[in-house]
Design a protein around this ligand. Structure first.
Ligand code: ADP
Length: 461
């Protein structure tokens, strides 16, 4: 019933190549801090773009009134309204709606896509009533979360650099996406205005800050990954002309592009070479949900081919890229049964193989190796951001309570990943410093966050 001897050396080498001992994590944290600095110095100065968000005013809790949010970041767009009642009443009411974007619009023209969005927004706005009230003489204000690469030009404008995530809409690249939306709202006869254009990470930070003044960093770990944080204006040399009354602004790191000092294997390199963006987003490819399952699949395929992990023949389905998904890894790792029957049935359903107990144990070891590396490197990245902030203002981070707001399906639904991440943060920071650092999950902060940013950047205050 044992697994062939050919598997053991592959597993040993994998563990060796994926190891993340403390010195390596320290090095990654230091490199993250250094890359942040280089990206703040000049545009193009580092792997990290360090994009200025123009969000200089974060929610305080005092916001009042009716605000809308619009979220476009994938195959759905979401609309939301919130009635805010200040410090006492907080969120009096929220309503939201989700509309899936028809496939053909992802390949159509800019006008078609934005008309569809504006008409969805118009339908939603029509149903406003009950606890939602707009003071007379005001327009409805929108926080627009737009999760594609944008060169922000002010809090309420930004140029689309390129579509990603399967969108190939003609006529938007190089244009201000807020203007595109405004024109479509005009065509619909919809009289609303965008007060804040934000990245989803920035929305998450704003949403979390509304409830907790100590939130300084937000991290998303879902299909992809990104992080943003509160930066001092005088720590941004590349900044030209922009003045923030608060003296601080949120910087979107685009940390998925980080690549310094990561422990990569042949499986990572092959996956990267076969990807649509070879050489790019290396940190994202090592730690985020889109890729963890695929890395494991590549390891198992090699073990099947060279070590007969699943018997004499290589299961055909295991050769299909991305058949094994990160939620499958998580489901397998939650299997506590003696015979690992959940692992067995997932392998059967996905790869069409009958596995014995020792093969299932090997599969779990591979999952754990890849997930541990991902979680620990994400943790080291977080420490890098905290370290950079502390270096510039001693005591700002480690001298008081500091909250890192976390969101995304990977962090939320993969308990082992979350554990490895948190443990790595503690390990790198040490007992004393880590006492003050709280890593906290904020559920669905980014939608409310965008509407809060519409409120804190309202044209009427
Ligand atoms: P997105 O990042 O696509 O905007 P989410 O934050 O909801 O959306 O993240 C979805 C991603 O989270 C999935 O692509 C998957 O990688 C990961 N994920 C979802 N469910 C699970 C799960 N049960 N276990 C592990 N990872 C999961």
């Amino acid at each position: 019933n044992a697994v062939s001897a050919g598997v053991a050396p592959i597993l040993t080498k994998l563990k060796h190549d994926c190891a993340t001992p403390l010195p390596l994590l320290r090095h990654v944290a230091d490199a993250m801090a250094a890359d942040m600095r280089a990206g703040l110095a000049v545009d193009g100065g580092s792997d990290l773009k360090m994009i200025l968000s123009y969000v200089d005013t974060l929610p305080t809790g005092n916001e009042r009134g009716l605000f809308y949010a619009l979220d476009l970041g994938g195959t759905n767009f979401r609309v939301l309204r919130v009635q805010l009642g200040g410090k006492e009443e907080r969120v009096i009411a929220t309503e939201f709606d989700q509309v899936s974007i028809p496939q053909e619009l992802m390949f159509g023209t800019s006008e078609e896509l934005f008309d569809f969005i504006a008409s969805g927004l118009a339908k939603f706005a029509e149903k406003e009533g009950g606890k939602f009230h707009l003071p007379p003489g005001r327009k409805r204000e929108i926080g627009f979360t737009f999760s594609f690469p944008v060169r922000q030009t002010s809090i309420d404008s930004g140029i689309l650099i390129k579509w990603t995530k399967g969108f190939a809409v003609s006529g938007t690249a190089g244009r201000d996406v807020v203007a595109c939306l405004n024109e479509a709202m005009d065509r619909q006869g919809l009289d609303m205005r965008v007060s804040a254009l934000v990245n989803d990470t920035v929305g998450t930070l704003a949403g979390a800050r509304y409830w907790d003044d100590d939130v300084m960093v937000a991290v998303i770990l879902g299909t992809g990954t990104n992080a943003c944080y509160v930066e001092r204006m005088d720590a941004i040399p590349k900044l030209q002309g922009h003045v923030s009354p608060s003296g601080t602004t949120i910087v979107n790191t685009e940390w998925g592009a980080f690549s310094n000092g990561l422990p990569l294997t042949v499986f990572d390199k092959d996956m990267d070479a076969a990807s649509i963006n070879p050489g790019e987003q290396i940190f994202e490819k090592t730690i985020s949900g889109m890729y963890l399952g695929e890395i494991v699949r590549r390891v198992l395929l090699k073990m099947a081919a060279e070590g007969a992990l699943f018997g004499e023949s290589v299961p055909e389905k295991l050769s299909t890229p991305f058949v094994l998904r990160t939620p499958d890894l998580s489901a397998m790792q939650q299997d506590n049964s003696d015979d690992l029957n959940v692992v067995g049935s997932i392998l059967y359903n996905i790869a069409g193989v009958e596995s014995n107990l020792s093969a299932r144990k090997i599969v779990l070891e591979v999952c754990d190796t890849i997930v541990m590396r991902g979680g620990r490197l994400a943790g080291a990245g977080i420490v890098g951001i905290l370290q950079k902030m502390e270096e510039d203002s001693t005591g700002l981070i480690f001298g008081k309570r500091t909250v890192v707001a976390m969101d995304g399906g990977l962090y939320e639904h993969y308990p082992q990943y979350k554990r490895y991440l948190k443990d790595a943060v503690k390990e790198v920071l040490g007992l004393e410093k880590s006492k003050n650092v709280v890593i906290e999950h904020t559920k669905d902060g980014s939608g409310i966050g965008a509407s809060l940013l519409a409120a804190s950047n309202s044209k009427y205050e």
